[in-house]
Design a binder for this molecule. Structure first.
Ligand code: K1U
Ligand code: ZN
Length: 167
């Protein structure tokens, strides 16, 4: 397994729309294992392939305390959205920034597992929020884009300054 580099906002590659996975094979399972290692090490509760510069439709989520309930979604689709909830989100691609985002409270998702088998899942609370956040990444959207233009501009400047100072 390997730790992968996580792209940082405002890297333009974060705005790439990911392509569907044509076949769930060993290469996909290896990428999922590397993404899991990267997500747990960060640490995070979710990771989209986009964030590790792999522009295919795969996301990982584990909201368990013990970090022992990894869920992998290949080609995820939201079938149903219900209700509304507000949550202070973070993002491994936007380190140190947290802000409130409104999303659906409950969702039904369809995806493939790592054997290529289709499944459906009803999710609510943090699991539903995290799945929606990760699906946004696959569509090239970062959570800060729900914030005002002023906040986005301040966040961009702050992260660009951090990147310069780290060079
Ligand atoms: O997509 C990502 O960058 C992962 C992101 C997922 C997420 C968090 C909160 C709301 C929506 C989506 C993170 O994991 S940020 C880190 C984080 O929230 C966390 C880290 C360790 C323990 C608990 C939470
Ligand atoms: Zn994120």
């Amino acid at each position: 397994m390997a730790l992968l580099k996580i792209l940082r906002y405002p890297d333009p590659r974060l705005h790439t729309v990911a392509k569907p996975v044509a076949r769930v094979d060993e290469a996909i399972r290896r990428l999922a294992a590397d993404m899991a290692e990267t997500m747990y090490a960060a640490p995070g509760i979710g990771l989209a392939a986009t964030q590790v510069d792999q522009h295919i439709r795969m996301i990982l989520v584990d909201i368990s305390e013990a970090k022992d309930h990894l869920r992998v979604f290949v080609n995820p689709e939201i079938l149903v959205r219900e209700g509304e909830t507000e949550f202070e989100e973070g993002c491994l691609s936007v380190p140190g920034i947290y802000d409130k985002v409104t999303r659906a409270q409950r969702i039904r998702v369809r995806a493939l597992d790592l054997e290529g088998k289709s499944f459906e899942l009803d999710a609510d609370g943090l699991l539903a929020i995290c799945i929606q956040h990760e699906l946004d990444h696959l569509d090239g959207k970062v959570f800060v884009e729900y914030l005002s233009r002023l906040k986005q501009s301040r966040i961009r400047q702050k992260l660009q300054k951090q990147a310069r100072e780290a060079m």
